[in-house]
Design a protein around this ligand. Structure first.
Ligand code: SF4
Length: 141
């Protein structure tokens, strides 16, 4: 288990490199949905963006003003990546999903979707994007 300083440094590095990673990974994100992981959705192969029209572009204040699971503050609205820029996909990737990401903001208003400190709009815990980084409790295992 590291101290707060090293976690902060690691997070800064992840945030600094995340956008570059998203660009690099944009061409290799799986389009199919891994149905064996979070979400429990059907095994039908669907487009990576099939859920976009179910997610509002705006996030309720209770989530917009919240910090992530690991205490990361949400970026200002104008600095958030779009889902397309982050290569967001509807469903997990290799078992990784928003619910295990350090940037995920849990649902705070009971609608079963949360938000993200890095990506705009509502975010489902069962989805994934190229900025994914493990929650601290996973890093420390
Ligand atoms: S994986 Fe999900 S929670 Fe993590 S940065 Fe991407 S959209 Fe945000």
């Amino acid at each position: 288990m590291g101290d707060g300083t090293s976690r902060g440094s690691r997070r800064r590095v992840l945030r600094a490199t995340g956008w570059g990673s998203a660009v690099v990974l944009a061409g290799c994100v799986s389009v199919g949905e891994d149905t064996s992981q979070a979400g429990g959705e059907s095994s039908v192969d669907r487009p990576a963006d099939w859920c976009f029209d179910r997610l509002d572009d705006t996030v309720p204040d209770v989530e917009a003003n919240a910090t992530s699971i690991d205490g990361v503050e949400r970026k200002p609205e104008g600095e958030l990546a779009s889902k397309e820029e982050a290569s967001y996909q509807c469903g997990p990737a290799d078992g990784d999903h928003c619910g295990t990401c350090t940037y995920y903001i849990d649902d705070r208003d009971g609608d079963a979707v949360g938000a993200c400190t890095e990506v705009a709009g509502e975010i489902r815990s069962s989805d994934w994007c190229a900025l994914w980084a493990p929650r601290e409790e996973i890093q420390d295992e």
